[in-house]
Write a protein that binds this ligand. Structure first.
Ligand code: GSH
Length: 205
């Protein structure tokens, strides 16, 4: 059986999928692919016509979208990462879609202001509004985690992987979630996973 191949670099959203791949523990090929140039090459566009990373090729299937890649990897290869019941499967999809729709757009507004906008052109109101907007989903997450160690119960699953992976930029742009103590405890546990440390190294090149 041919090994799956993952395209991307760790200094990008591809880290989410490299982390997911490392969580499965399977052997895979990693093709260092940057988003500015490599992802616009014809060979890569045949895999992901969006010209974005990450992308995965596994046998006959080529996938884009980090959340979908992780759900696929977890279901196919993840030992214990993917839920056992259809109800928890629904919850894993819910949290994955929630992370990318409720957290990511607001997080990205802060990222754009802090990392990609020259200081004189920054608009503090944009950041303030985004941080205020984040309060509602962060409270939802904190309330969920007040009742259980991980999103679906006692064990780390693909739901945690996907939501924590979306939030990886919080630290880099100084979004402070420490007022949410259950969420902070959970984020620390997710970010202490050896698979994430390996993914950061693996994805460098
Ligand atoms: N929703 C996509 C976003 C992927 C994405 O935007 N990746 C960036 C790198 S962080 C990229 O490839 N950008 C290149 C471009 O937009 O042209 C996912 O989660 O996989």
């Amino acid at each position: 059986m041919t090994k799956p191949t993952l395209y991307g670099i760790s200094g990008s959203r591809a880290l989410r999928a490299i982390w997911g791949m490392e969580e499965t523990g399977i052997e895979y090929n990693h093709v260092s692919t940057n988003f500015a140039e490599d992802a616009k090459e014809q060979d890569f566009l045949a895999i992901n016509p969006n010209g974005r990373i990450p992308a995965l090729v596994d046998g006959d299937v080529a996938l884009f979208e980090s959340m979908a890649i992780n759900l696929y990897l977890a279901k196919k290869y993840g030992k214990g990462l993917y839920p056992n019941t259809i109800e928890d499967e629904g919850r894993a999809w819910q949290w994955s879609v929630w992370g990318i729709s409720e957290i990511e757009p607001l997080q990205m507004q802060v990222v754009v202001q802090k990392l990609f906008t020259p200081e004189p052109k920054r608009d503090p109101k944009v950041t303030e509004r985004a941080l205020r907007g984040l309060e509602r989903p962060l409270k939802v997450l904190d309330d969920q985690l007040a009742q259980r160690p991980y999103l679906l119960g006692d064990e780390f699953s693909v739901a945690d992987l996907n939501v924590a992976a979306v939030m990886l930029l919080f630290g880099m742009v100084g979004i402070d979630a420490s007022a949410h103590k259950h969420l902070s405890r959970w984020l620390d546990a997710c970010y202490a996973r050896p698979a994430l440390a390996r993914a950061r190294q693996m994805g460098e090149g």
